[in-house]
Design a binder for this molecule. Sequence first.
Ligand SMILES: O=C[C@H](O)COP(=O)(O)O
Length: 247
Amino acid sequence: MANKKLVAGNWKMHGLSADLPEIAAIAAAASSYGNVDVALCLPATLIERAVRAVPGFAIGGQDVHSAEKGAHTGCTSAQMLRDAGAALTIVGHSERREAQHESDAEVKAKAEAGLAAGLGVILCIGESLDVRESGRAVEVVDAQLAASLPAETRDNLAVAYEPIWAIGTGKVPSVGDIGEMHAALRERLVAAYGEAGRGVRILYGGSVKASNAAEIFAVPDVDGALVGGASLKAADFLPIVAAAAVD
Ligand SMILES: O=C[C@H](O)COP(=O)(O)O
């Protein structure tokens, strides 16, 4: 049986209190799609206010530290996100893997910390353009996933395949390439977790828009999307949610 789709927006470093009405508009419309889970991963500064503004709607963070607390200036623990009312968090986004030099081992520890705190976790993986052009994308991303996966899965773990070269560029892999990658990732999840691996949602991310969402969602083992730029405005994001709602 197909997994229920998850469409999560990643607002990255965008969003001020003036944007709360946009979040409310997304949440209000998203609640009418009973067969799709919808979430917005916001800057940490907005999470608590967004949770108050849209009770019951899934608000998430974009990163957590792997430790519960300690001398980690500027960092946010999974418990802190939970305390602010977050339901989930992204870990291992390529923008952090690159700019903050996060290793697979660190991402795994962050994913485990998020799950232990009761957060849903969206674990990101994806290849560079060089790797894609070398023909080694599946091998490299599979290895990245194997090294980043939490030791034990939970119902609220999801994986997001995001080719780095597709993020914010308007370029998207062919549906054949997305399907090949997601099938390999599914095999990896089943190898790691047994049958429970079939229930781990595999999202696609990278230049998802209203115009390409339907064909991406029709690919086997695409269980939703992690959406960046097109999640900032209800008018751009809600058609993607609607595409996910079509069986
Ligand atoms: O987390 C989201 C991804 O980085 C995709 O961003 P994008 O939809 O702007 O390409």
